[in-house]
Design a protein around this ligand. Structure first.
Ligand code: EPU
Length: 428
């Protein structure tokens, strides 16, 4: 296993390019199962979650060809058995997308239960509710979720609360169903819109993605396309916060500034300058970081996937900030790690009270999950002295070459082999 060794305290300067969005790309890769011809996906991030998704497809019989580091040709014709292999799928949340895509294509799917994970319990009741609305039944067979339908028939699906994963799965199952499906209280994240655009470019009929009502008229055939994944809003937000935390001046390129609005607004509240251009944002600091309060919300609210990074910035602010994150049960596990670096944070359930301490100090810390790991890297870059971040397998699930990109901004961050750790990363 490897760890990052960071000698912090240097302001970041320069330009960084953002990769394709993890949470869009995992859905697009799974969606190729529904396509009746080969597809070419561009701007696919080089991260371990994507490697896992591709391995799952390959083991099921798909033909995968890497045209370059970020461009992949996928032909899923060879998949004949709708069974997802256990070992590859059990640690990856996005493997539940194979339930919807295999159900949509074969009217049946066996997918290992994703299980509990680093963010707390993550049930799939709303996913199953969507499948049932379309006429499927479900049960558990040998630890697999098994869904099956004689035919999938369009219907109204009303989600009890906003859920990204269940919205994706409802789209997968409905895109080739008979007649019209209406999803109400749908998630509005940019990756939902990206999935709808991808499927529509193949010939699907999906309207309203990006609003809370999505209408899908089923089609019989989806043709092959070449499609580029949207930029990763969370990766971009992570570099924006890192620029602010180190007192730097960084231009973050290949982004859609509209997707970053909630992050931009909060940074400005903290006294950080953000200048938007067509496909980039420049972030710089010329004064103290100011306190703010924030609450995570589904899109277009402040994303839970940016909460650990932003809370880390607030540990360096003047005054007391309050952060509420109730999307998942357990998104404050990293707080104990930040305390080792001198942060003053108390957590009561889903609320953290952060007393700004100005500067953090280097310490050995662990990545407790993907975004918490990114937060530890930001803390290390901003802190005095040396920080060692272990469990970096978590970070590599979702950030392409994070150490290289930070080095490009002038950071002193090294990847070091450490033989005695054996983390297994559970994916988001
Ligand atoms: N939920 C249920 N039942 C369901 C579905 C969801 O109770 O059937 C609950 C969840 O337990 C959670 C809330 O509803 O408390 C929201 O979950 P959602 O379904 O929106 O999340 P997800 O699809 O499991 C995706 C991202 C997460 C991101 C969330 C929220 C992927 C692969 N994962 O998860 O990304 O935090 O949406 O935006 O897209 C990450 O990238 O680090 C990550 C964790």
């Amino acid at each position: 296993m490897e760890k990052f060794v960071i000698r912090g305290g240097k302001p970041l300067h320069g330009t960084v390019n953002i990769s394709g969005a993890k949470n869009a790309a995992v859905a697009l890769v799974a969606a190729t199962i529904l396509c009746d011809e080969p597809c070419i996906l561009e701007n696919v991030p080089e991260i371990s979650d994507i490697t896992k998704c591709l391995k799952i497809l390959k083991e099921m019989g798909a033909h995968i060809e890497l045209l370059d580091r970020h461009t992949i040709k996928i032909d899923t014709k060879g998949i004949t058995n709708p069974v997802v292999p256990y070992e590859l799928a059990r640690t990856m949340r996005a493997s539940c997308y194979f339930l919807g895509t295999l159900l949509g294509r074969f009217h049946e799917a066996y997918v290992p239960m994703p299980g509990g994970c680093d963010l707390g319990d993550r049930p799939i009741d709303q996913h199953l509710k969507a499948f049932r609305c379309l006429g499927a039944t479900d049960d558990i067979v040998n630890g697999n979720n098994h869904v099956r339908a004689d035919s999938l028939d369009g219907n109204q699906i009303y989600f009890d609360f906003v859920t990204v994963g269940a919205t994706m799965n409802a789209i997968f199952a409905a895109v080739k169903a008979n007649s019209l499906t209406i999803i109400e209280n749908a998630a509005k994240e940019p990756h939902i819109v990206d999935l709808a655009n991808f499927l529509n470019s193949m010939g699907a009929d999906i309207r309203g993605a990006g609003t809370d009502v999505i209408k899908i008229r089923g089609v019989d055939y989806l043709h092959g396309v070449t499609y580029a994944t949207i930029p990763d809003q969370i990766e971009a937000g992570t570099y924006m916060v890192a620029a602010a935390a180190t007192g730097g001046d960084v231009t973050i390129c290949n982004v859609i500034p509209k997707h970053l609005e909630s992050i931009t607004a909060k940074l400005r509240k903290c006294g950080v300058h953000v200048e938007e251009s067509d496909e980039s944002v420049r972030v710089w600091v010329d004064g103290p970081i100011l306190k703010t309060s924030l609450k995570t919300m589904p899109h277009p609210g402040f994303p839970t996937d940016m909460q650990p990074q932003f809370s880390t910035l607030l540990t360096m602010a003047e005054g007391t900030s309050i952060v509420t994150d109730d999307i998942f049960d357990n998104r404050f596990r990293y707080v104990g790690e930040l305390r080792r670096m001198g942060a003053d944070i108390s957590v009561d359930g889903k609320v953290a009270v952060i007393q700004g301490v100005g500067k953090l100090h280097g310490a050995p810390v662990s990545a407790t999950d993907l975004r918490a790991g990114a937060a530890m890297v930001i803390a290390g870059l901003a802190a005095d002295g040396t920080t060692e971040v272990d469990n970096i397998v978590y970070i590599e699930r979702g950030y392409e070459k994070i150490d290289e990109k930070f080095r490009g901004l002038g950071a002193d961050i090294k990847r070091v082999y450490c033989p005695d750790s054996d983390a297994v990363a559970m994916s988001g």
